[in-house]
Ligand binder design. Structure first.
Ligand code: AMP
Ligand code: ZN
Ligand code: ZN
Length: 319
């Protein structure tokens, strides 16, 4: 392994602990952490994500665990929110890793049990809803993260999406001309109608950068796919983008960041897309945002709708 570049500049000879391929940068552990934290803070400030307080959705995977720890080390007031989805064989393990990590590093953790919120686990809900598991799960996570982020009165809710995730979805959205998503997709979604601001502070880090953080910190994280996962398509887009990156290094960065800097502003100004015909109003039961498509529709949020569905199915089965 090469010598740490920054130590070398200071005329100190230190073996590098990590080689950041994308930047051709060998660093020792201390200077890697400094580099990572500075880049993270720079991203938060560049995109004006939040100033003091943030909630982080923590799944137990390497991205969100890294984000949770790094934001805490930067001195922000960080609330970790872990949603226990009740997936047999997976959710118990995720909960164990998240809670052990919180204890080891002194991180703030709040656990939300889906079963307590709606009366059923994710696999049970998926059966009732008859929709792909990932779509149902995404909807539930968005709703619960929003609800609890508001309780903590934070400026924003953050997720662990990184550069590779965002560049792969951008590639997919461009090659299929998904114009509404192209117009909307950004590291910051402002707050509106009861939805808290959403941010992705890891957008300037590759998966390899995050892997270097978890390896050097010795973080025990959840590996492998979710057992309910049906969404293989993002994986294919990611692999295609990696092929392009191999042939033309640095493409991923330019593709994503120049999209946000140059192309998206033009789209936003000139691309007329009829607004979706829906309204966001407070849920009649709990006050969380509910989406309605016409004035006669009852305003009921995602979580309250699921609770109703679960209760109805229990009534049917007990009759
Ligand atoms: P995914 O949709 O599983 O790729 O997750 C994207 C992001 O959502 C993660 O980086 C986390 O920030 C957040 N997230 C995923 N699962 C959970 C969970 N069970 N509890 C809290 N946040 C989660
Ligand atoms: Zn060094
Ligand atoms: Zn509700």
């Amino acid at each position: 392994m090469a010598l740490c570049r920054i130590c070398k500049e200071k005329k100190i000879i230190t073996k590098a602990d990590v080689y950041l391929k994308h930047y051709r940068l060998p660093l020792c552990k201390k200077h890697f952490k400094e580099w990572f934290l500075k880049r993270l803070k720079g991203t938060i400030e560049k995109f004006d994500m939040f100033k003091e307080s943030v909630a982080v959705g923590v799944s137990g995977g390497m991205d969100s665990m890294t984000l949770w720890q790094a934001l805490t080390e930067l001195g922000y007031k960080v609330y970790g929110i872990h949603i226990n989805l009740g997936i047999p064989g997976a959710s118990e393990k995720a909960y164990e890793k998240v809670s052990k990590f919180a204890e080891e590093k002194g991180l703030d953790l709040h656990v939300v049990n889906l079963k307590d919120e709606v009366g059923a686990t994710l696999p049970e809900i998926v059966k009732l809803r008859k929709r792909p598991a990932c779509a149902v799960c995404g909807q539930i996570k968005r709703a619960l993260l929003n609800k609890y982020a508001k309780r903590f009165n934070v400026e924003a809710v953050a997720t662990g999406h990184h550069l590779d995730d965002e560049a792969a979805t951008l590639l997919a959205n461009i090659l299929t001309w998904n114009l509404p998503l192209l117009k909307r997709k950004h590291p910051v979604l402002p707050s509106r109608d009861g939805f808290v601001k959403k941010v992705k502070p890891l957008v300037r880090f590759t998966k390899a950068d995050i892997k270097a953080w978890v390896d050097l910190e010795g973080i025990d994280y959840v590996k492998g796919e979710c057992p309910l996962s049906t969404g293989a398509s993002l994986k294919k887009w990611t692999a295609l983008l990696e092929e392009i990156e191999k042939a033309f290094p640095q493409t991923k960065f330019k593709f994503l960041f120049q999209y946000w800097e140059i192309i998206q502003p033009i789209f936003r100004e000139h691309l007329e897309i009829p607004e979706d015909e829906f309204k966001i109003v407070p849920c009649k039961y709990c006050g969380e945002p509910a989406v309605i498509y016409n004035e006669d529709e009852e305003p009921i949020c995602t979580i309250c709708k699921l609770r109703e569905l679960v209760n109805q199915s229990l009534e049917v089965s007990s009759n």
